[in-house]
Ligand binder design. Sequence first.
Ligand SMILES: Nc1ncnc2c1ncn2[C@@H]1O[C@H](COP(=O)(O)OP(=O)(O)OP(=O)(O)O)[C@@H](O)[C@H]1O
Length: 274
Amino acid sequence: MVQPLTSSSTESISPSMPLLEFDKIGLEYPFGDSIRRIIQEITLSIKPGEFVSFVGPSGCGKTSILRMVSGLSPTKIGELRCHGQPVTKPLKNVGIAFQNPVLLPWRRTIDNVLLPLEVVHPYKRDFKVNHAHYVDMAQKLLQAVGLKDFQQQFPWQLSGGMRQRASLCRSLIHQPEILLLDEPFGALDAFTREEMWVMLQDLWMQAKCVGILITHDLREAVFLSDTVYVMSPRPSEIAFELKIDLPRPRTLEMCLSDEFAHLAAELRRHIHKN
Ligand SMILES: Nc1ncnc2c1ncn2[C@@H]1O[C@H](COP(=O)(O)OP(=O)(O)OP(=O)(O)O)[C@@H](O)[C@H]1O
């Protein structure tokens, strides 16, 4: 288990109210001289503290959904709401981890983890004054993911799995309400990936934030999620929704159970190729 972290602001929010609402959202992109519909229509809601995954064929708009939630590419068709308010600009309460961890090579691991606090409100205002406290937060996160002894190393002195763990610490250091994960373990070997599932689950359970995972790995989706949404080929819709009621914390032994295999097979049955 990871060490306890400071709890996030979601504790004051009613768990029955959705944190995020996708209200008939659609997506179009220019394609040559025409417009191509990527997402036909998606309506769903995500509760505080829920972990959801989106799976589906390549090009159906999964990464685009994360961009819409982050506010980096605000929704133009339908409405995406966070705390009941339309998302029209980049949200501050979001942490993001990508497949490529992109740590700054000239900063030590701990300074990479601290980076969001130097740029995100309200932390950047008092970053220097509260520096010791923030370093303590970063050290607790790094300890939680087994990188306590590597905080002074540079990213190029870390393995791929270690870099991804540091990247997860960086995405959580400002205690976001929403953690966006775009195939974060896609580049890792199978054994390391499974270890990362357990570590991510622990971090998420401590942080009590919403997790939104994009993955092509159906077992990963089952292991981590409360709800898995299977998207159809574009123009995409939610083709299937699967609730995962396996008890938490989940263990890698559970992946060997018939129930786990059945859930992954159920998802597989609903994935259609382009
Ligand atoms: N900025 C953009 N301008 C035009 N088209 C775009 C843009 N971004 C994405 N697309 C197109 O939108 C579609 C969906 O892209 P997106 O990356 O969201 O899909 P995805 O489901 O995450 O795919 P993959 O599983 O392959 O990563 C793709 O066909 C892509 O070419």
